[in-house]
Design a protein around this ligand. Structure first.
Ligand code: ADP
Length: 443
């Protein structure tokens, strides 16, 4: 017990003893010890009840009350209660202020923020931006089912995927068709979800401008390049032997520029598409063409193996898939020294899908470069890439083509041992192979 409480306690006890002693003396004086003691005890009890009542009243009081000033135990209790109550009030006020500040901050956010009850999928709260971007109205939409209120957006399926919900990257705003939104679902507790919508119209517009710019520049470069390339082809090195090395270099560089422009145009074309026309891609002829291309590109410097183990075809765009696979095959030849082996394998995967893997026994790629390989113009060794005629865009094209087929690229590599680039397609892309088709085109 702290010293001030101990002294208060002793004071109360001493007062009680003094009172009882005084009562006993008075009792002796008037020869009524029992009656006077009983009266004193009842008086003390009544006083204690009265103090207890004061404490209870103080505890339940809505308004501030003055603590008692005296020295006894009841007064000490009064002061203690008063202190803890005012501390609690201050803490409550601070918490409320903080809560208000958070609410004000969330309300003022430029992104739409909606708190959704996870079980009932109803709207609990939303900020001002949710009115502008999502068309939610206060107080009408508080308590409304979120899927119904944000109707054109595919809320129901999206929310059904819960914690695994992928962000919706580009959707028209329910309040204004011209605005584009990115939506994110954040399950921040067991019971509540946060739905955050951001206006990305400007960003998408800029992205579109960038794409158009690259496409236009590439397109504009195509014609002058064709002319330069044409004239260079007409010049014969044998007729002007002193110019021969320069002519050969100019032809090589103009060829490279033409390839660069073509690759940039291919990328722009792929980027501007949401999907590709789909057909059954006959894999046997595709594999046969890949073999021929690899052999032509390698010019006998490598062993080329093709293994067709899947025995099925693919659903997709023949042209784009062929261009993606062809990029992987030319890379394998390009980055494998003479005498190496390139293996093209088409096989089934464990999940019922198929994999087209291009394996080489070439230089390999250090692990730190692998995550960035599909970025435009990213090269492990610029000199080696340029020397071999690479544009630095091949794997970007592969990634885009696979993305349009909901497929993914995996890269495994060991420096000095070789690399495997594999395209993984889901079971929904697998199509049975027709024998007639096979017989018609196979060499
Ligand atoms: P590039 O036209 O330069 O080959 P890509 O986008 O096709 O551009 O490839 C990017 C880089 O990835 C290449 O510059 C090269 O460093 C590396 N790379 C691609 N394929 C292979 C491979 N089979 N073996 C080793 N490195 C490779």
């Amino acid at each position: 017990m702290p010293p001030h409480l101990r002294s208060a306690w002793w004071r109360t006890l001493s007062a009680l003893f003094l009172l009882l002693a005084a009562a006993t003396l008075v009792g002796i004086a008037i020869d009524q010890v029992g009656a006077v003691l009983a009266a004193a005890a009842i008086g003390v009890l009544a006083w204690h009840y009265w103090r207890l009542r004061r404490v209870l009243l103080g505890l339940t009081a809505r308004r501030r009350w003055e603590p008692a000033r005296g020295h006894g135990a009841w007064n000490a209790l009064d002061r203690l209660l008063h202190r803890s109550q005012s501390e609690m009030r201050t803490r409550k006020r601070r918490l409320l202020d903080m809560l208000r500040a958070y609410r004000a901050a969330a309300a003022a956010l430029p992104d739409a923020v909606v708190v959704v009850d996870r079980n009932t999928q109803r709207i609990l709260w939303f900020n001002r931006a949710a009115t502008d971007l999502l068309g939610l109205q206060h107080p009408r939409d508080v308590g409304a089912p979120v899927a119904e209120r944000l109707q054109p957006l595919p809320m129901a399926q999206w929310m059904a995927s819960g914690r695994n919900a992928e962000p919706i990257l580009d959707a028209p705003a329910p309040a204004d068709e011209r605005l584009r939104l990115t939506l994110r679902l954040i399950p921040y507790s067991e019971d509540y979800w946060l739905l955050v919508a951001r206006d990305v119209s400007k960003l998408l517009h800029l992205e579109q401008m960038r794409r158009d710019f690259v496409a236009n520049v590439s397109h504009e470069l195509r014609t002058p390049l064709t002319v330069v390339h044409g004239y260079l082809d007409m010049l014969d090195g044998e007729e002007m032997p002193e110019w021969a090395p320069m002519l050969a270099e100019m032809q090589k560089q103009s060829q490279r520029m033409t390839q660069l422009v073509e690759d940039l145009l291919t990328l722009s074309r792929l980027e501007s598409r949401e999907s590709l026309p789909e057909e059954t891609v006959a894999m046997a002829p595709v594999l046969a063409t890949l073999r021929r291309e690899a052999e032509a590109f390698s010019q006998g410097r490598h062993v080329i193996e093709v293994r067709d183990l899947a025995g099925c075809d693919l659903l997709g765009s023949t042209r784009e898939l062929h261009s993606a696979f062809s990029n992987l095959v030319t890379n394998a030849v390009r980055y494998t020294p003479s005498g190496g082996t390139i293996t093209i394998e088409f096989s089934r995967s464990a999940d019922g899908g198929v994999v087209l893997a291009v394996h080489d026994t070439g230089y390999g790629i250090p692990a730190e470069h692998i995550p960035r390989l599909t970025e435009r113009f990213y090269r492990v060794s610029s000199s080696r890439s340029r020397e071999s005629g690479g544009t630095g865009l091949g794997l970007s094209i592969v990634k885009h083509v696979l993305g349009l087929h909901q497929a993914r690229l995996s890269i495994d590599s060991n420096v000095g041992q070789g690399s495997t680039f594999a395209c993984h397609f889901g079971p929904e892309r697998v199509r049975p192979r027709h024998d007639q088709q096979l017989q018609g085109v196979l060499p």
